[in-house]
Design a binder for this molecule. Sequence first.
Ligand code: LCS
Length: 394
Amino acid sequence: MSKKSAHFETNVIHEGYDSKDMLGSLATPLFQTSTFTFDTAEQGEARFAGEEAGYMYSRLGNPTVKVLEERIAALENGERGLAFASGMAAVSAVLIALTKANDHILCSTGLYGCTFGLLTLMEDKYNITHDFSAMGTKDEVRSLIKPETACIYVETPINPTMKLIDLEMVAEVAKEFGIPVVVDNTFASPYLQRPIELGCDIVIHSATKYIGGHGDVVAGLVVGKQDFLDSVAMTTQKDVGGIMSPFDAWLLLRGLKTLPVRLDRHCDNAEIIVDKLRSHPKVENVYYPSDKANPDHVICSKQMKRGGGMISFELKGTKADAQQMLNHLSFLKIAVSLGDAETLIQHPATMTHAVVPKESREEMGITDQLIRLSVGLESWEDIWEDLAQALNKL
Ligand code: LCS
């Protein structure tokens, strides 16, 4: 397809690839190769000098990976995309590229546990400090920006509390100070939320989740401005080296084609499960972005197409009750990760966010009774039946 469509559903299938370039192959070919041959020594010299376009070595670029990079850039409406071996390889490549020793990062109150771990590492090694903010108002954001603040880093929806950050508002404040806003868009996916269209600068995905969608790949993606990503490609991608394998790119291209179809189904199921959970006597609180009982639903309606497939809820009870509830499930899977066809359930305080000290967990709103549910594509009747029988046994 030569011209980008106005429709996301078409672009997930066609952007970045033209079968005419590949002997008519409908599916993107898998270039499972580490290196590329040169006709002559001079050609090798010209490629490394950047004087001749072409591939050299798969850590520096690979045709299958490039299709994925172009497709995700088109879907997020950014200038360039880059692919990484994992979501954390993407997060670390971006944060290392944006900071130097003694800088500061302003973060959303609530981040994936390993992102929190990375921030701690950067502070211990390079005195790159950070603050957390709920970012409820412009003044709340402004009050924590310092001369050495290198970027604002947010997740929205936040893992696992499902709190939202108003991206347009944060981007407006960041522009006053001339600093970039980095958004981890993993929980929403570009189908539901496109931060660059709201004025943010860089988007990160753990592509392990909705983009892959089938629980068979660990991968990361970044989208942003050409200049910035050109510099990342030549430094924290090429030289730190956490690149994506061609086979993983191939799996993600396959997964992406059904992203809108899958996400709508995840959302349909999640909306029903939210209602059912809310009326269950053992459930204290339910957190879901588009839920009218949730104060953040106003932000949701501004920036998300729908509420997504992730729900968290608090039980009336203790950590032991939360663990028992998981143990009572019969076919729903106890597992971290999310965005797969299978419904996955986990206990953040002891799993995804176990590395976060209890005090910080509490500040983020991660209680011992909080359970996170990644609603799958099964029939909602079966999902609810299993959840209900497990809750009823408490
Ligand atoms: N960002 C967010 C919001 C995530 O949820 C995760 C992983 C990452 C980045 C890192 O991506 P990865 O390196 O795993 O591809 N979140 C996980 C979770 O909630 N359960 O298991 C992994």
